[in-house]
Structure formats: structure tokens, C-alpha cells
Design a protein around this ligand. Structure first.
Ligand code: NAD
Ligand code: ZN
Length: 342
């Protein structure tokens, strides 16, 4: 089958013929229809320090997908050939304390699809049945293909109550923009998103934010004043991984403000801890999605009108992956979807 492979310890990805995956008794085989390119895939493409120490080569990469089940293992009772599914990209151990308690997103031994085990940028993917999400009828296939990053957005955005609250999102990447749409859907009052990239700030405007702020030219304190906010943001969603964005967020929170932090900083990141202590802030780290409450929430929010389609800016056949990665790396894109059925 065709697959996008990290074939050697170098920058790039290679379209290659690799053997079709086989399945065990608890697995399903999926014919991949569409995939999303994730920031993680770009790290792997760029072969940065994280990728070099994490990814064994050769490795089929990719983890955001939608497809159709074409074969099931003999122990699998809940899925049928023909089911349209996506997959949770974190494969958990099932045996640690958190897994045993049903808190699988807190597993101590998580393995990543397309990171530690063969991924979804391929015609076929084998997954344990415990990682498969059967889509409700009517979910747009493009949206279904990005349930994994939408799940990052939803997990973060719903970490703290947002109904009626003023929410600050730092970073208008695809996940920040989806999070903006989610908190808007969930009833936030003011939704302010920041970035330093005009293309992405324009994109954020399309999901109905209150203000898309270029922090190179506008101060958050001025935005607060314009909006009549006197005490700071109630909820912060850090989605840039950028130290100055995080520091700016901390300085603009209300007393008792809650911060959910998804963005991954490149290294250590200094903040003024006095602001955290004296303003009694809560900071919660977020990794992946809750299994499977986040998946449930994504589905029901889409059924109740959440529209994240503006974040999808490019669609192309998988054979044009190079253009897809070049566009992602330029920063002038939202989500890019590769079609594997061509
Ligand atoms: P992205 O890199 O596409 O978006 C980050 C955005 O932050 C970019 O648009 C960038 O221009 C912007 N930015 C840079 N400096 C800024 C500043 N000073 N102020 C405001 N914005 C600034 O990433 P994404 O795919 O949208 O993901 C968001 C973040 O979440 C990334 O850091 C990513 O690594 C991380 N992530 C974490 C998890 C997890 O499980 N914790 C999963 C997926 C992604
Ligand atoms: Zn575990």
C-alpha cells in the first residue's frame, strides 16, 4: 500500500510502498479516506530535536483520520465492516492505576499512533478496537478527519466552565481557532484570541470571536478596556506554546482565573509566580483527549450546531502531500486535509 513514511533520519517525508498492516484478534483494519496534517507531523517532517529523540525510523506517520472498517478481529463485537470511524491517537496500557480507574487520558504509558506505532498517512491502518470511534451519521467527513485535534480543542476549552465568562485564547493556530468556536458554542461572553500571524487572525474572525488581536500592535489591557472588562479574563486557553503569550495571559487574568494549557513550549519557560500566587490562579496542563468523554462532547456539539469548517483551508490528494507540508510550514493555513481515496 501507499504510505507517507519517515524513511531516514533527515528532513522530509517520503511516499513509499509498504506492506499492509495485519490485525490481531482485538484490532480492526481501516481503509483510510481522509487525513489531517497536524503540527506534530510537521515536527516529524522538520526532524527537530523532539522528533529525533522520539520517532524510530522507518515510521509511517499521521494520526488524524477518518476511514471505513474493512476487517475486524475475532474478538471484536462492537464494530462492523463498513462502519465510518476515526481513531483516538493515544493507545493506552489499560493496566496502570489511572487506566484501571477509567482515567485513560492519564495513562502512564501512552503510545502515539504515527509516533511510536504505524500511523494513518496510509491506505490502511490497524488499530485496537478500544481506540476506535464510530461516527454518528451525518458528520461531515472532512470534520470527522480532524476529530483528534478538535478533541484537543474541546478537552482544553471545556476544562473550566465558560458559560457567560470572558475567555482569552493565546495562539490562533488550528486548535486555538477550533477552541474559540467551542467556547462560543458553549456560551462564553467575550472570546478574545491572539496571534502574531495576520492570516490566522483573519481565519479566527470567521468562527465568531469577539476580537482577534495582533499582540505585536495591540495590548490586551486596551482590549479589556474597550470591551468594558474591569477584572480580567475568567478563563485562559494557552494554545501557542509561546512564553511571551503565556506571560501576557497570566498578567491579564482575573483573580481566581483558570488557565488550561495545551500549547507545548520549546523548553523551560519563566513566569512571574507572584502573579499566580497573589491572584490565586489555577493552571491545568492538558494532553490529548479524555477517553471518551471528549469524543462524545465533540459529536453532540456538532449535532447541536458547532461549525468548525472555516478552520479547514486546504484539501488535496495525498500525492500532493509535499505542497500540503510546505503550506503548513509557511503558517498561512488552517487545517490541511489529504484525500487517500484518489
Ligand atoms: P500552531 O503552531 O499551528 O499554532 C500556534 C499559534 O501560536 C501560531 O499561529 C503562532 O503564530 C501563534 N503564536 C506565536 N507566538 C505567539 C504570541 N506571542 N502570541 C500569540 N500567539 C502566538 O499549533 P496548533 O496545531 O494550533 O496547536 C496549538 C498548540 O498546542 C501547539 O503548541 C501544539 O504543539 C500544542 N499541542 C498540544 C497537544 C497536547 O496534547 N498538549 C496536542 C496538540 C497540539
Ligand atoms: Zn495506562
Amino acid at each position: 500500500m501507499k504510505a507517507l513514511v519517515k524513511q531516514q533520519s533527515d528532513v522530509g517525508l517520503w511516499l513509499a510502498d509498504v506492506p499492509e498492516p495485519t490485525i490481531g484478534i482485538n484490532d480492526v483494519l481501516i481503509r483510510v479516506h481522509k487525513t489531517g496534517i497536524c503540527g506534530t507531523d510537521v515536527h516529524i517532517y522538520n526532524w527537530d530535536a523532539w522528533a529525533q529523540k522520539t520517532i524510530p525510523v522507518p515510521m509511517v506517520v499521521g494520526h488524524e483520520f477518518v476511514g471505513e472498517i474493512v476487517e475486524i478481529g475475532s474478538n471484536v463485537n462492537d464494530f462492523r465492516v463498513g462502519d465510518i470511524v476515526s481513531g483516538e491517537g493515544h493507545v493506552v496500557c489499560g493496566r496502570c492505576r489511572n487506566c484501571m480507574a477509567g482515567r485513560r487520558h492519564l495513562c502512564k504509558a501512552t503510545k502515539g499512533v504515527g509516533v511510536n506505532r504505524p500511523g494513518a498517512f496510509a491506505e490502511y491502518l490497524s488499530l485496537p478496537m478500544t481506540n476506535v470511534w464510530h461516527h454518528a451519521p451525518g458528520v461531515d467527513p472532512d470534520v470527522a478527519s480532524i476529530f483528534d485535534p478538535l478533541g484537543n480543542a474541546v478537552h482544553t476549552a471545556l476544562s473550566f466552565p465558560v458559560l457567560g465568562e470572558d475567555v482569552l485564547i493565546t495562539g490562533a493556530g488550528p486548535i486555538g481557532i477550533m477552541a474559540a468556536a467551542v467556547v462560543r458554542h458553549a456560551g462564553a461572553r467575550n472570546v478574545v484570541i491572539t496571534d502574531v500571524n495576520p492570516y490566522r487572525l483573519d481565519l479566527a474572525e470567521r468562527v465568531g470571536v469577539t476580537r482577534a488581536v495582533d499582540v505585536r500592535s495591540t495590548k490586551l489591557t486596551d482590549v479589556q478596556q474597550e470591551l468594558g472588562m474591569t477584572e480580567g479574563f475568567d478563563v485562559g486557553l494557552e494554545m501557542s506554546g509561546n512564553p511571551s503569550a503565556f506571560r501576557d495571559m497570566i498578567s491579564n487574568m482575573c483573580h481566581g482565573g483558570k488557565i488550561a494549557m495545551l500549547g507545548i513550549p520549546e523548553g523551560e519557560m519563566a513566569i512571574d509566580w507572584n502573579e499566580v500566587v497573589f491572584n490565586m490562579l489555577t493552571i491545568k496542563g492538558i494532553y490529548g483527549r479524555e477517553m471518551y468523554e471528549t469524543w462524545y462532547k465533540m459529536t453532540v456539539m456538532i449535532q447541536s450546531g458547532l461549525d468548525i469548517t472555516p478552520v479547514i483551508t486546504h484539501r488535496m490528494p495525498y500525492t500532493e502531500f509535499q505542497q500540503g507540508f510546505d503550506t503548513m510550514r509557511s503558517g498561512n493555513s488552517g487545517k490541511i486535509i489529504l484525500d487517500w481515496t484518489v
